[in-house]
Design a protein around this ligand. Structure first.
Ligand SMILES: *Cc1c(COP(=O)(O)O)cnc(C)c1O
Length: 226
């Protein structure tokens, strides 16, 4: 009770500021503000931070670890309507838990994970929406399907998951101009007829919106640094 109130106030103010910036960036790009969905990334932040955001009307959340998501979100379902996205690299042995708790998995990035997710969907009888994550900078340490393999993998996933495959996601290389990467991803999504383009984080979401992002994943600008 003691130190929660100031943190809550900051989250509410930060959310309003980020939403306003999203709206301005959309209008500047000749788009409508409601074409861009804010995914609030609450990784490493406590349940209270999520509750503060929920109270401020935020309904879409992202977590990059399944276990952490499972510790915070399922208990909130009784009282709140929200959408939970898994946005981080997913191990195949976590696929079943992810399918059980998530509304969206944004990090489908390899055939073996597609196999594990398909098996989990069959067992759980529930199908989250799926995004293919592309490693747009072809960085060794990053998750995501490589650029060269992206088209084939996206086509395979479309065949396999049908309308549940709704878009593409990326995290461009740090310290580089993200714009060419964002443009490439938006172009790939359009070529495959996928409507969702998830790109842009606290440092670059306005640029991502200018390049066609429909979802931006923003953590520290809302919840503070980690
Ligand atoms: C942490 C994370 C974000 C949010 O990053 P911020 O810089 O805190 O906004 C977005 N996407 C992914 C995949 C992340 O892991």
């Amino acid at each position: 009770m003691t130190d929660l109130a100031p943190a809550t106030t900051a989250i509410v103010e930060n959310l309003a500021r980020v939403r306003a910036r999203i709206g301005e960036a959309a209008i500047k790009a000749g788009r409508k503000p409601d074409e861009v969905t804010l995914v609030a990334v609450s990784k490493t932040k406590p349940l209270e931070a999520v509750q503060a955001a929920l109270a401020a009307g935020q309904t879409v959340f992202g977590e990059n670890r399944v276990q952490e998501a499972a510790s915070k979100f399922p208990g909130l379902r009784a009282d709140h309507r929200f959408s939970l996205h898994i946005i981080g690299g997913l191990q195949t042995n976590k696929a079943r838990d992810a399918v059980r708790i998530a509304d969206v998995i944004e990090s489908l990035d390899r055939p073996r994970l597609a196999d594990a997710i398909a098996a989990a969907i069959a067992k759980e009888g529930r199908t989250p929406s799926l995004l293919v994550e592309v490693n747009v900078g072809d960085e060794a340490q990053k998750s995501g399907i490589g650029r060269a393999d992206a088209d084939g993998f996206i086509a395979d996933c479309k065949g396999r998951f049908g309308a549940s495959l709704i878009g593409l996601m990326c995290v461009p290389p740090a310290g580089e101009d993200p714009r060419p990467h964002f443009e490439w991803l938006a172009d790939r999504a359009a070529k495959h007829g996928l409507g969702v383009v998830s790109m842009g984080m606290s440092a670059d979401f306005e640029t991502a919106i200018a390049c066609g992002a429909t979802w931006v994943r923003v953590g520290s600008a809302i919840f503070g640094s980690r």
